[in-house]
Design a protein around this ligand. Structure first.
Ligand SMILES: [Zn+2]
Length: 290
């Protein structure tokens, strides 16, 4: 099968490649069955042409599967071409697109945009396959509350987020963020485990919750935060994240915050590989719904 991957971030190239729903259907089909066909119902590996273009029909049980079935594009309320446009915009625009912007640009009901954007954010969730390595800085901060009083009184009403960033020459490498209930070592461990290699040299402030992590992360060190002065890159990252959240989402409920953290970091972690970011997202939207 020829490599069908769409490369690029230019809208012109995108429009040229995807003109109809059928173009998009063909794209989904090529990704979905790239590794070969296997019937979802009976496991048979032989198929013939189905009822609709690009559908696969099992030769044994006759199950007719469309490229959108069992993917995040299934039962989409608007044309597939628009879904592709939205996925393209959210993934390639530096700040993504709010549901209000989507509603205005595509003429869809805002609620419909919400539903679809939630799926996109779900697909942008970390796969946990590429934990951070090398020098990694970790810190927590609040969203929707005063900067100070990080772990003190009143903290329970605000949204607490823990972030890990990779320190690379000249700045920040990849990063992950997670909404957490509290900064206990148990909760912090549940964030560390899937997101940071145990061999990493982790640097945190002197909060007690980080101390027991030494067991799994022998190279971890704790330094005084000095109001964040000892973590300048972390400070920049958090400011960027907060600025983005404020900019397009005036109110972000606790329920939806993780989705936004995932969206922000999905783009952040691919900012040097933007040419393939749309393709990656489509792949995820096909595979993570299974
Ligand atoms: Zn079958």
């Amino acid at each position: 099968m020829p490599d069908v991957k769409f490369i690029g971030v230019a809208l012109f190239g995108f429009i040229d490649r995807f003109k109809t729903d059928e173009d998009c259907m063909g794209y989904l089909s090529s990704i979905k069955w790239a590794g070969g066909y296997k019937c979802k119902k009976c496991g048979n590996e032989n198929y013939c042409k189905g009822r609709k273009p690009f559908s696969h029909r099992c030769t044994k049980c006759k199950y007719d599967e469309s490229p959108t079935a069992h993917t995040m594009f299934d039962k989409c309320k608007f044309p597939l071409l628009i879904a592709f446009h939205i996925a393209f915009k959210i993934s390639t625009k530096k700040k993504g697109m709010s549901t209000l912007e989507l509603h205005k640009e595509f003429g869809l009901r805002q609620e419909t945009c919400w539903t679809f954007k939630n799926k996109v954010q779900k697909a942008m969730k970390s796969s946990h396959r590429y934990p951070l390595t090398g020098e990694v800085h970790v810190d927590e901060f609040f969203i929707g509350g005063p900067e100070s009083n990080k772990r003190g009184r009143g903290a329970e009403k605000k949204k607490l987020v823990v972030v890990a960033i990779e320190k690379v020459t000249g700045g920040i490498g990849r990063a992950y963020g997670q909404l957490i209930e509290n900064a206990s070592s148990k909760v912090l461990t549940s964030f560390f485990d899937p997101h940071i290699e145990t061999s990493a040299m982790v640097i945190t402030d002197q909060w007690n919750g980080y101390k027991p992590l030494k067991k799994n992360y022998p190279s971890i060190i704790h330094v005084p935060s000095k109001n964040g002065k000892n973590f300048p890159d972390m400070h920049i990252h958090i400011m960027n994240l907060k600025g983005w959240l404020r900019g397009i989402h005036h109110h972000c409920s606790k329920e939806h915050l993780q989705g936004y953290l995932d969206e922000f970091h999905f783009r952040h972690n691919r900012r040097n590989n933007m040419d393939t970011i749309f393709h990656k997202l489509i792949e995820r939207m096909i595979n993570s719904a299974k």
